[in-house]
Design a binder for this molecule. Structure first.
Ligand code: CA
Ligand code: CA
Ligand code: CA
Length: 380
């Protein structure tokens, strides 16, 4: 007994036992937690390499497919130069007619194209030309790989050097696909196609998607479920994170600890920022944390997580002496952002007490005390 109490007293003197014993774990599965990402919304446009927008004007029925579905399309700059489009023909793709466009909007511009591939396509000044629902005989053919009817356009806007074609609606699918698009200067589809295979063409989608997005089974709640095998994954990558409101009320966070996820170490956070607020949380899930709370940046720094998977990371000190009702933690950098499609980790815990990493000298002293204890125990 004497040995044990002396041992504990020695450890307490080192700050290794007393502080750990008193440390309060602040987070629990009862807490309210949402996903956020500081970065702004972006276009959802994306396509398979083998079904890129060039296939919409390659002169064959081979298709362009955009995973963004409705409101996707393309920007094309005809190599023939300025033209006045007055009719259009759409050719159906090879499969799944629910991906076929059921309406269109056509715009023109004489600006140089500065929009990027897979962007919103709004970085030029665009003039509406025409657009309507593809009904009453103008439907994309139900038969596959089939040339559709001539779609006459009312073009009061004149000649343009580039065109933007959007498909605001498709036949119920989450994807959009089109086998071929032909533009004509005639009103009846006669004459040469204004579009030439190889013309500069960009995929676009006009819908704004928030940067914060997570799979339903990998929600922020997985960070505080006490299960190191379940993870939170956010496709927002850099600057993604979470807002948590501990059920136990306002506490002073002085230490945190992360647990790595099951795979893909490139997705591990490598730096952190911790913010606090006592305002009610108005920010929405998957928002930019722009609900109007006033956040105080408490501390920030690097974190070196183990490459081991489902492994506890180091205790990380937070320079903070104030209690907050809610905390926001975001991760500005990842271990290997170029090799990652998301941010992920399995658990987070906040502690109300500083938990310093044992120093080398402390560990040596600890080892010598343990050795003494063992020797004394044997003698007893
Ligand atoms: Ca094609
Ligand atoms: Ca978990
Ligand atoms: Ca982001």
């Amino acid at each position: 007994m004497r040995v044990a109490s002396a041992f504990l007293a020695a450890l307490a003197g080192l700050g290794l036992v007393a502080q750990q014993a008193m440390a309060v774990a602040i987070l629990s599965p009862a807490d309210t937690i949402i996903g956020v990402d500081f970065d702004g919304p972006h276009s959802k446009s994306s396509y398979p390499g083998g079904e890129n927008p060039g296939f919409a004007i390659d002169g064959t029925a081979s298709k362009y497919l955009n995973f963004a579905g409705s409101n996707s399309g393309f920007i094309v700059t005809p190599s023939i130069g300025s033209s006045t489009v007055q009719s259009m023909v759409l050719t159906s793709a090879n499969d799944d007619a629910t991906r076929d466009p059921t309406s269109f909007q056509l715009f023109g511009t004489n600006d140089p194209i500065v929009s990027l591939d897979n962007s919103l396509g709004i970085d030029e000044s665009w003039t509406p030309i025409d657009g309507f629902d593809l009904t009453g005989g103008f439907e994309v053919p139900a038969a596959r790989n089939t040339v559709g009817p001539v779609i006459p356009l009312t073009n009061a806007a004149g000649a343009f050097t580039s065109y933007k074609l959007l498909f605001p609606t498709v036949g119920g699918s989450n994807l959009m696909q089109i086998g071929e698009v032909d533009f004509f200067a005639s009103t009846d589809g006669t004459g040469s196609d204004l579009l030439t295979p190889g013309d500069p063409i960009l995929a676009i989608d006009a819908d704004l998607a928030p940067d914060s997005e997570y799979p339903g089974a990998e929600s922020p709640a997985k960070l505080i479920d006490g299960d190191g095998g379940s993870k939170y994954l956010n496709f927002g990558k850099e600057n993604a994170g979470f807002i948590v409101t501990p059920a136990m009320g306002a506490e002073v966070v002085k230490t945190f600890r992360l647990t790595t996820a099951n795979d893909a170490e490139a997705r591990d956070p490598s730096s952190w920022q911790l913010y606090g607020t006592n305002d009610p949380i108005q920010s929405l899930d998957n928002s930019q944390a722009d609900g109007g709370e006033v956040w105080t940046l408490l501390d920030e720094g690097a974190v070196a997580l183990p490459t081991d998977r489902n492994a506890l990371g180091p205790f990380v000190k937070v320079d903070n002496d104030s209690a907050y009702a809610s905390y926001m933690m975001v991760f500005p950098t990842l271990r290997d952002v170029d090799g990652a499609n998301s941010l992920q980790f399995s658990e987070v815990q906040f502690f109300s007490t500083s938990i310093p990493e044992p120093t080398t000298a402390g560990l040596a002293l600890l080892a010598s005390i343990c050795g003494m204890g063992i020797l004394r125990g044997r003698r007893g």
